[in-house]
Design a protein around this ligand. Structure first.
Ligand SMILES: Cc1cc2nc3c(=O)[nH]c(=O)nc-3n(C[C@H](O)[C@H](O)[C@H](O)COP(=O)(O)OP(=O)(O)OC[C@H]3O[C@@H](n4cnc5c(N)ncnc54)[C@H](O)[C@@H]3O)c2cc1C
Length: 336
């Protein structure tokens, strides 16, 4: 081992908060993948470059999301205004508060309770979407949200976050059901575990929001999201209590709704307000639409780092740079 190479590995380890063994393993994996094209020095430098690109991608994502048109506004009032707008068009909504990074779990729970109370006061048909991992899975905080929800007749939806959050999130879904709470949960299609999760959700009789999934699953990185989605539709059709088909991809939404309806499964189309909407597909199928009203600090509905695999993302980034957030306006209503 040359001293310079070891120093480079040590520097990467320090910067990334890894131990040097992990860095060495990553460099070796790169060398192996390159089939001898990269020497260990070049493999280490390519690792540095990847980390730099990832950091750049994260900064760009944070910048785009900060002024993002993907939120209906910063405040609960903005979200309620948007939800009322959807309701006047006969549509259902779910209010999803996206916290700034580092927001304390109890403060986040207070936001959710406030959303529940505001829906109750406004008398609109809306649920509240929550992220229990960001509440540190704290049962007393979830309990406060569920109690408010029961008092106001509002359903609480468990959003899916990363793969590593699924077990603890589902444990809380199960515990909430056991106490009779009205809850529903997201099922991301791209994960290997999702077929088993679908079986659990069917058995628990919990309404499902089916999505392609923002985060992938390293155990099946090449999984085709559309195919995975439609396989799960096949599994859920005729068996799930309710399926929210949450996609903006017409070639996924149409067959999914038709399959579910053919098997007599109650279903709806769920849409993010900021993306081009498929409300007409739902109308043609005769199912309701539920719009996800994101507010606070929303993330982006795509991964900037995927741009090389999916060049369309470059155009979406450009559009998000040009069309910045206008508080209080219905960014997406404009698209719908
Ligand atoms: C209501 C709802 C709730 C969701 N909840 C969750 C959740 O809890 N957990 C989770 O992991 N994921 C969630 N997602 C995100 C989901 O996993 C996908 O990442 C996201 O919906 C993109 O996949 P798609 O099938 O909708 O569209 P894609 O197949 O990615 O795209 C379909 C079409 O939509 C258009 N489009 C897509 N993105 C853009 C864009 N940024 N700008 C312009 N046009 C665009 C393009 O025309 C594209 O061809 C949710 C999605 C929806 C709709």
């Amino acid at each position: 081992m040359s001293r310079r190479h070891e120093e480079l590995l040590a520097a990467i380890a320090r910067r990334q908060g890894l131990d040097i063994g992990q860095v060495r393993a990553r460099v070796q994996a790169r060398q192996a993948r390159s089939r001898g094209l990269l020497g260990r020095g070049a493999a280490a430098r390519s690792l540095v470059l990847s980390y730099a690109l990832e950091r750049g991608g994260q900064r760009l994502s944070a910048f785009l999301a900060a002024g993002s048109r993907h939120v209906s506004g910063r405040s609960l009032d903005d979200a309620l205004r948007a939800a009322r707008g959807e309701a006047t068009r006969g549509l259902l909504t779910t209010l999803g508060y996206w916290p700034p990074s580092g927001q304390a779990p109890d403060e986040l729970a207070r936001h959710y309770v406030a959303a529940v109370e505001a829906i109750g006061a406004a008398g609109i048909d809306a649920s509240v979407s929550i992220k229990v991992d960001l509440m540190d899975y704290r049962e007393e905080l979830l309990d406060a949200v569920l109690r408010a929800a029961a008092a106001h007749g509002v359903r609480v939806h468990f959003d899916a976050q990363g793969l590593e959050t699924a077990d603890r999130t589902h444990a809380l879904v199960e515990a909430s059901l056991a106490r009779g709470a009205a809850v529903s949960a997201t099922l991301p299609a791209r994960w290997q575990r999702s077929a088993a999760d679908a079986e659990r959700f069917i058995a628990w009789r919990v309404p499902v929001r089916l999505v392609k999934g923002q985060g992938g699953d390293p155990s099946q990185p090449r999984a085709d999201p559309r195919r995975c989605f439609l396989e799960l539709v096949e599994r859920l059709a005729g068996r799930a209590v309710h399926v929210g088909v949450a996609t903006h991809d017409r070639r996924t939404a149409e067959p999914a709704l038709h399959k579910l309806l053919a098997r007599g499964t109650p279903c709806s189309l769920e849409q993010l307000r900021s993306l081009p909407r498929l409300d007409a597909v739902a109308q043609a199928a005769g199912v309701p639409v539920r719009a996800y009203v994101a507010y606070g600090r929303f993330g982006l509905p795509y991964a900037v780092g995927e741009v090389f695999r999916r060049p369309a993302i470059a155009a979406w980034v450009l559009r998000d740079l040009l069309v910045r957030h206008r508080s209080g306006t219905s960014a997406a209503g404009d698209l719908g």
